[in-house]
Ligand binder design. Structure first.
Ligand code: AMP
Length: 414
């Protein structure tokens, strides 16, 4: 099957060709035909499966012959980064359609958004909070809306956006086409599905198992040795771009600095950054100025960097779904990638669940020349094991020396 079978207008086929897509991905094969017929679709697909084009192409096809300057499609997404990416997909795939897409999210001034809305656009890609601000202020209206998309709906619910979404839906026409995408199907999504979709066609691409193009490996290690093991792993592994996940903002920031000191061009992405800093970090990672990005789950949501060769869980996530989302950042659209997880004893339960979902035991690996027995010397800490504090109760500052990480107090022991 190729894209010809969708019978898209030539302007849209031109966009598909410009991006070099030759074969539709499974979610595109399943979701595009009913979406083109105007049916509601519930797409169960994780990120990295090509789900964005699965709704972008039908939207472009539907709006290309419509009058300009009326908002015909609204896509709601959980994060700014994802909104930007969807907007970029509209621009790239729709480059010859002259349809205009506008991303709308908070953290930036409202005035330019109001100006762009006034100048006329056909597609809005928005995060719920800022969109509601515009709705309440009367700076956006949807009298001509034909298609509503809820992307990563499960994540939006996780993030507490359900009331906002319900409120937004009150302001869009009831007669419309709705497409909803989610990686997982928790009960509250089922409820939302019943309320917003009409007789949907459900399409499903391995909803709970991580992308099959990803090779998984676990590296059991004591938590105080995680940073040393990570550095060793990076030294001996051929990598392109690496995305590393930590549990907290603080750990992301701190590990980022440690890797930078160890010679890896690294940036970190966490909730404390301004919108400009976030965008600079993502841009730098995408264009290769930074080889490593250290991030928390929320911060990394929606990042689409096609060259990510490795996702490394410095800290394991708490749930299988979160693991799936993280791992979806590599092996995107049928490229291959590796997922490494540094696991401690506390992670055993979540590892068992992941293995259950994958239907296979994950490979445990040991690095040959790594000293796993090294104990946590008094005062020595990689700075990230969580509890270690100096006698004054302040976390100690880690320093790197000969590629090893020391705390100030332990340095003289070596
Ligand atoms: P998504 O799951 O929508 O975030 O897409 C993941 C990546 O796959 C993006 O970089 C897309 O540009 C790419 N992609 C989407 N559809 C195709 C396709 N049919 N062929 C090749 N790459 C694709």
């Amino acid at each position: 099957m190729n894209f010809d079978s969708f019978d898209l207008y030539p302007q849209i086929v031109a966009g598909v060709q410009a991006l070099g897509y030759s074969t539709p991905t499974p979610i595109q094969r399943q979701a595009i035909p009913p979406a083109l017929k105007g049916q509601d679709v519930l797409g169960l697909a994780q990120t990295g499966t090509g789900k964005t084009a699965a709704f972008v192409l039908p939207i472009l096809q539907r709006l290309v012959k419509r009058p300009r300057g009326r908002i015909g499609a609204l896509v709601i997404a959980p994060t700014r980064e994802l909104s930007d990416q969807i907007h970029t997909a509209f621009v790239a795939l729709g480059r010859q359609t002259r349809l205009r897409s506008l991303p709308i999210y908070g953290g930036v001034s409202m005035a330019p958004q109001v100006r762009d809305l006034r100048s006329g656009v056909e597609i809005i890609v928005a995060c719920p909070g800022r969109l509601l601000d515009h709705i309440r202020q009367g700076t956006i209206r949807f009298p001509n809306l034909e298609i509503l998309v809820l992307d990563e709906a499960d994540r939006m619910l996780d993030m507490g956006f359900l009331p906002d979404i319900r409120e937004i839906i009150k302001h869009v026409p009831t007669v419309r086409q709705t497409l909803m995408f989610a990686a997982t199907m928790p009960d509250d999504i089922r409820g939302l599905t019943r309320d917003v979709l009409r007789a949907p066609v459900t399409v499903q691409v391995d909803p709970s198992a991580p992308a099959p193009t990803v090779a998984h490996a676990l590296y059991p290690v004591a938590s105080h040795l995680k940073t040393d093991l990570l550095l060793q792993l990076l030294r001996y592994t051929e990598t392109a771009s690496i995305l590393i996940f930590t549990r907290t903002k603080h750990r992301a920031q701190r590990l980022g600095k440690q890797l930078e000191r160890a010679g890896y061009p690294t940036t970190s992405l966490q909730g404390n950054l301004s919108q400009n800093q976030r965008q600079a970090a993502i841009r730098g990672f995408r264009n290769g100025s930074y080889r490593v990005l250290v991030a928390t789950d929320i911060a990394a949501r929606g990042i689409d960097v096609s060259r990510i060769s490795h996702v490394i869980n410095y800290d394991m996530p708490d749930t299988t779904d979160a693991y799936t989302h993280r791992i979806g950042r590599t092996g995107r659209a049928e490229k291959t990638g590796d997922a490494f997880s540094l696991v401690t004893r506390e992670d055993e339960a979540v590892v068992r669940n992941i293995e259950f979902v994958l239907g296979a035991r994950l490979e445990r690996r040991r690095l040959n020349d790594f000293d796993y027995q090294r104990s946590a010397l008094p005062g020595r800490d990689n700075g990230l094991s969580g509890q270690k504090q100096s006698p004054r109760g302040q976390p100690e500052r880690a320093k790197t020396f000969n590629n090893r990480t020391f705390t100030a107090r332990s340095k003289k022991r070596y």
